[in-house]
Design a protein around this ligand. Sequence first.
Ligand SMILES: CC(C)(COP(=O)(O)OP(=O)(O)OC[C@H]1O[C@@H](n2cnc3c(N)ncnc32)[C@H](O)[C@@H]1OP(=O)(O)O)[C@@H](O)C(=O)NCCC(=O)NCCS
Length: 174
Amino acid sequence: MPIIRLTPEHAAAYRALILQAYALHPDAFTTSATERSGFPLSWWENRLAAGDDATEVLFGAWEQGALVGLAGLSFEPREKARHKATLFGMYVDAQHRSLGLGRQLVAAVLDYGRSRNGTLLVQLTVTEGNAAASGLYASFGFVPFGTEPLAVRVGSGYVSKVHMWCHLHAPHLA
Ligand SMILES: CC(C)(COP(=O)(O)OP(=O)(O)OC[C@H]1O[C@@H](n2cnc3c(N)ncnc32)[C@H](O)[C@@H]1OP(=O)(O)O)[C@@H](O)C(=O)NCCC(=O)NCCS
């Protein structure tokens, strides 16, 4: 099951899978399906723009021609924060979980982060209590550095977000 960087030609498949993720896991994602479902295909194509200096890079896991998993890495455009990147949009559809795809996607994101000049660390947020995602990140050396209370409103309640980070080049420092 190959992991590849997504390009604009994958926009329709990317849109379908991430909207499914937002709809099925409102606790896990800050973006909602309703706020993105009306965006035109061109918006999704732009998000997948190729180039070595793209501010967002998406990786996809494919199974028999279908996109079944996603993970993204965004880069800070501001000069003084360019050493930081953010892992976002991590999702494997329910039929393909516990097969190692999540692990392969995180590995692809971190490898890509290491390949971008000057990128020193990756940050992410994970909803407090999301054991599957937290366990996956921890196994790559991500460590928590704080919890944001009432971070995201989900329905009539709120969830907290745990902030984690991982040093890309010297994991023993994390
Ligand atoms: C989190 C998610 C991406 C993991 O994907 P996956 O393909 O099932 O993960 P993998 O099979 O590669 O598992 C890798 C590791 O994740 C952890 N993990 C996976 N499922 C787990 C579970 N149910 N409980 C605890 N840890 C789990 C383990 O550390 C596992 O390592 P192991 O294989 O050595 O046991 C998937 O569960 C998912 O899409 N969840 C819904 C969306 C979500 O929560 N996204 C994260 C937003 S921050």
